[in-house]
Design a protein around this ligand. Sequence first.
Ligand code: GLP
Length: 243
Amino acid sequence: MKVLIFDNATEAVNHAFSIVREQVVNKPKSVLGLATGGTPIKLYRKMVADFHTSAINYKMVRSINLDEYIGLDYYSIYSYAYYMDYNLFSKLNMDISNTHIQNGKAKDLKKECIRYNKVITDNPIDLQILGLGQNGHIGFNEPGTSFDLETHVVELDESTIEANKKYFGKLVKQPTKAFTMGIKSIMKSKKILLMAYGESKADAVKRMIEEEVTEDLPASILQKHDDCIILLDKEAASKLSKR
Ligand code: GLP
């Protein structure tokens, strides 16, 4: 695990962007594992700005998203499918058939998990981008989730529902269940890039980096990955004992 601490999130995002860009330039058919939430938004904006001002080409890039709310699909502005299209896919020259996300409206949840696992197996992830939940989750793998799981259905933690309330309209019924890629699949990614910004992540960051590897803090498993880079701003790094 390589930990890089920046003065602010903008500098960290610049670094994240250079890693993603290098990946796509070196391997135009890269498979990118993508995350949602507030954390990667600035990275996606930089990718879009770069696309409009350089010769970078996303035509052959494939993408696999981490998670999706059960009950929501592209037709809801609160779905992760909509988020991805709005923030990234529609603004790059990606082929939409190369982009993958769980179908939140799938009738048979088990079958959807099986389908998604095949997508992941058929498209081994070159670079996985991760955010970090305040409770240490990655994707929607909540504390207590087995490290051995592949795509599965989760009951979201109360704390996660609370943390994500800000992304939902006041009158909208917030989903309590989601599909998530499992830790086992995340760990198979060739390279992992986790970003965490702000003081609200400081406790989870400390446990992820400095404490034991435990299913109680899902992101701690990243200590065991061979090529994992953690990008932090000063606030997220503020509780680390070593610099
Ligand atoms: C969300 C997502 C995660 C994300 C994390 C952090 O619930 N499922 O993929 O990385 O929690 O969210 P944010 O970046 O908004 O702080």
